[in-house]
Design a protein around this ligand. Structure first.
Ligand SMILES: Nc1ncnc2c1ncn2[C@@H]1O[C@H](COP(=O)(O)OP(=O)(O)OP(=O)(O)O)[C@@H](O)[C@H]1O
Ligand SMILES: [Mg+2]
Length: 483
């Protein structure tokens, strides 16, 4: 999309030069000597930037800027001024100009200031978007709960014995929610009727709402109508979730950009701080001030910790490329469990590992990234446990779909819907010393592997986190062939 720049200057020669340069920089330029024409232009279209001459007759640049801002409040304005009127230029900035440019123009300065004005405007837009999305998210539920409620309502209002909501995922119908008595027979044997209503999202099939009636109960017209009603509700829930997911990834991207910017600004001062603290430590050690040196060392350690957080955030701004290599998944999980265990002080916690022996011994995965993801998931589980709590790590291999499902289940505090619906948001944490990055990182790692992360949680009972990972078994090495 070409960006629109408005240029107003009463000097025809300067106007012409600017129009040429800006057009050459790829902007869609509206250049005029007439302030009224400038106001009319902003009435007619949104601009991305305005360059206004400070000294103009009869309307000066600052008054014109104020007129433009009434029409487009956040339009970034660069005020142009000749040497010697810097004070007025500073005044212009105080009254809402983004920056000023001194005439005659220095090419690089022009380019740099325009670039900065446009980038800053983008941050402002991102913030607005985040706010809007935040409000949407705050008022939204969790899809699992909505589907559960639909299944429950279906059973309660029809004569169905049970109801299952299926969702179509990668060409397969997966049961997402159910209500009523658990199935005791195979469908068709000794049961009544089975009726299915499709879930239609944007005219395409997204799943089905299926009821099963007791033997000899024929579903009535009423039942069918109710079924249609509930299936459309379930479809709305699914559509909302898709929509949310889209918004959320936009918001995440915006947050990521903002975080990266902040991290970037912090990097250099932190490096400076670290250097000073080291100097201080050396000096104090030399002068025999042991306590002082210890304090200085604590400062270094804290700065190191900050620097590590900053580099993690910077890394989050651009998701890593995966470096896949043969990885023994079970060993990796073991490693994460012992790392996590070492960090937890709660007494009497039991950890169970139930690994599927049929899973491929080695798979092509990114061990570094997965370690980050599983470590956080296991830590979260352990952190939620009270003394005597239990954490179970399970793997299950499905040869037909070539996926390993890793389940991390705790008998901890569980979480309310409010927390659950924000769990993947960057910086969302309920812990006094949490960073709120863990789940966002875990999901991005699993996503990058082409997998899927889902969470079920009940307050007071615990949480189950399920990571489905498609697996390419690692190619066997030549020497292992005949073993
Ligand atoms: N297994 C769990 N049981 C209960 N609550 C959980 C569980 N996992 C995550 N949460 C909730 O989700 C929030 C976000 O988790 P996330 O891992 O992203 O950040 P964090 O653990 O708070 O901080 P960090 O992982 O960065 O140290 C947690 O603060 C907690 O409220
Ligand atoms: Mg965590």
């Amino acid at each position: 999309m070409t960006r629109r720049v408005l240029v107003v200057d009463d000097d025809a020669a300067i106007l012409e030069v600017l129009e040429m340069r800006l057009t050459a920089m790829g902007f869609d330029v509206t250049a005029t000597r007439d302030p009224q024409a400038a106001l009319a232009a902003v009435d007619g279209a949104r601009f991305d930037l305005a360059l206004l001459d400070l000294r103009m007759e009869p309307v000066d640049g600052i008054s014109l800027m104020e007129g433009l801002h009434e029409r487009q409040p956040r339009l970034p304005v660069l005020i142009m001024t000749a040497h010697g009127t810097i004070e007025t230029a500073v005044d212009a900035v105080q009254r809402g100009a983004f920056d000023y440019l001194t005439k005659p123009f220095v090419r690089d300065e022009l380019r740099a200031k325009i670039g900065r004005a446009l980038a800053t405007r983008r941050w402002a837009r991102d913030r607005e978007r985040l706010l809007a999305v935040g409000q949407t998210l705050a008022s939204s539920g969790v899809m699992d709960r909505v589907l559960d409620a639909v299944a429950q309502a279906t059973v309660e209002t029809t004569e169905a014995e049970r109801c299952v909501v299926f969702q179509l995922q990668q060409g397969r119908l997966l049961p997402m929610a159910s209500a009523g008595s658990p199935p005791t027979t195979f469908p068709g044997v000794e049961t009544g009727a089975i009726v299915a209503a499709p879930l239609l999202v944007q005219r395409g099939p997204a799943g089905a709402l299926v009821i099963e009636t007791p033997a000899r109960v024929e579903p009535t017209e009423d039942d069918l109508e109710l079924l249609a009603l509930f299936s459309s509700q379930a479809a709305v829930a699914i559509r909302n979730t898709h929509e949310l997911e889209r918004l959320r990834s936009g918001a995440l991207a915006a947050l990521g950009r903002m975080a990266t910017q902040v991290a970037h600004e912090l990097k250099n001062p932190l490096a400076g701080l670290r250097l000073y603290a080291r100097h201080l430590e050396q000096r104090l050690t030399k002068s025999g001030d042991g306590d002082g040196a210890e304090l200085a060392q604590k400062i270094s350690a804290t700065v190191d910790h900050l620097a590590a957080v900053v580099s993690e955030i910077t890394a989050f701004g651009r998701p890593p490329e995966l470096h896949r290599a043969p990885v023994a998944l079970h060993a990796l999980l073991d490693e994460c469990v012992s790392f996590a265990q070492a960090r937890i002080e709660t007494e009497g916690i039991e950890i169970f590992r139930i690994y599927d022996p049929t899973a491929p011994a080695q798979a092509m995965l990114d061990a570094r990234e997965l370690r980050k993801a599983f470590l956080n998931l296991i830590l979260n589980g352990l952190e939620s446990l009270a003394p005597g709590g239990r954490l179970t790590v399970t793997t299950a291999w499905a040869a037909d779909t070539k996926t390993v499902t890793v389940t991390i289940e705790d008998t901890g505090s569980g979480m309310p819907d409010e927390t659950l619906s924000r769990i993947f948001d960057l910086f969302f944490t309920t812990k006094p010393h949490g960073t709120g990055l863990g789940m966002a990182i875990a999901r991005s790692v699993i996503d990058l592997h082409g997998g899927e992360l889902t969470i079920h949680s009940t307050v007071g009972q615990g949480t189950r986190v399920i990571a489905r990972l498609p697996i390419d078994a690692a190619p066997r090495r030549a020497e292992g062939k005949d073993s």
